[in-house]
Ligand binder design. Structure first.
Ligand SMILES: *Cc1c(COP(=O)(O)O)cnc(C)c1O
Length: 297
């Protein structure tokens, strides 16, 4: 089921993603369907990899990245490398045997797309990742964990231009944050809009720290603090509930980032909002399995 992977060529999209309406608890939201760009290379990962996607194939030979084994960024990079003919090396901390056997979704898809996975022992991991940057040659590009690179800016400027040209009846957009790269660069490129985000990995101060590593944080970027402390990739009944609610209303969102954003928007905002659908639904299969297992217990 996961094995069949079919990528011919990922085109640079000339079209703006469609806009849908979604009504949740009697409040109407606009949804920018960036999730429809490509099954593997979708949403903000497409936006963040835009500069690399535009790079001629012969300019690079190898892409290196590192992070978690279920990462959406990993899958997107794997898809990009497949279509570009670039080698993709992905470093992670050691993955246990039983854990490896149970890996589904993004990991298997990435392996099938040709990703070379290398595990690095915990005690060497930090130094090893740092050493990659020193050793790298001209034809190798290193993408920081989660795609948090300055090169991500251009793709988000393109998204901002598209939003502006749609002339929608909104003054606020929303996108959840992992590294914060998407929200930050979008806010910088859309100064006339309020950009709402919420941290899904760590707390508000950790998110700010991540953002500050890339640029100053503009005033129009509003970080909504979740009502409760959520840990990334953990299971929460209210996450599953809002996931089901949005699905029932007509659109599937991811289970890692979107739920926290939806909850914060519902609790802390009132105005009309354009929600940028950043894809990531390919990871839902494994998340839903986990939700099912905890219910059985
Ligand atoms: C990666 C991802 C994010 C987080 O993006 P950052 O730029 O790292 O903040 C949000 N939503 C989805 C669906 C993602 O896949």
């Amino acid at each position: 089921m996961y094995v069949k992977v079919f990528i011919k060529d990922i085109h640079l999209f000339m079209n703006t993603s469609p806009i849908d309406k979604l009504t949740i608890d009697a409040r109407e939201f606009l949804i920018m369907r960036d999730d429809l760009i490509d099954p593997y290379l979708s949403g903000n990962k497409y936006r963040k990899l835009y500069t690399l996607l535009k790079t001629p194939s012969n300019k690079l030979s190898t892409i290196i990245s590192y992070g978690g084994t279920q990462s959406n960024a990993m899958l997107a990079i794997a898809a990009m490398c497949k279509s570009k003919g670039w080698e993709f090396i992905y470093y992670t901390k050691p993955v246990g045997k039983s854990q490896k056997a149970s890996l589904v979704g993004n990991y298997l898809n990435s392996i099938n797309l040709g990703m070379k996975h290398i595990e690095v022992k915990h005690e060497f991991y930090r130094d090893f990742i740092a050493s990659l940057f020193i050793k790298k040659d001209e034809s190798t590009f290193i993408i920081d964990q989660g795609g948090a690179v300055k090169e991500a800016r251009e793709g988000l400027e393109v998204l901002a231009k598209e939003i502006r040209e749609l002339c929608l009846d909104v003054k606020a957009v929303a996108t959840p944050s992992g590294t914060g790269t998407t929200a930050l660069f979008l806010a910088l490129a859309l100064p006339e809009y309020r950009v709402y985000t919420t941290p899904c990995v760590g707390d508000v101060s950790y998110l700010k720290e991540q953002m500050l590593a890339l640029s100053e944080i503009p005033k129009n970027l509003i970080i909504l603090k979740p009502k409760k402390k959520y840990h990334f990739a953990k299971l929460y009944p209210e996450f599953l509930e809002i996931y089901k609610k949005t699905l029932k209303a007509g659109i599937e969102f991811d289970l890692l980032y979107a739920p926290a954003m939806w909850l914060s928007l519902q609790e802390q905002t009132k105005e009309r909002v354009l929600y940028i659908h950043s894809g990531g639904v390919s990871g839902n299969e494994s998340m839903l399995e986990r939700y099912l297992l905890t219910r059985k217990r």
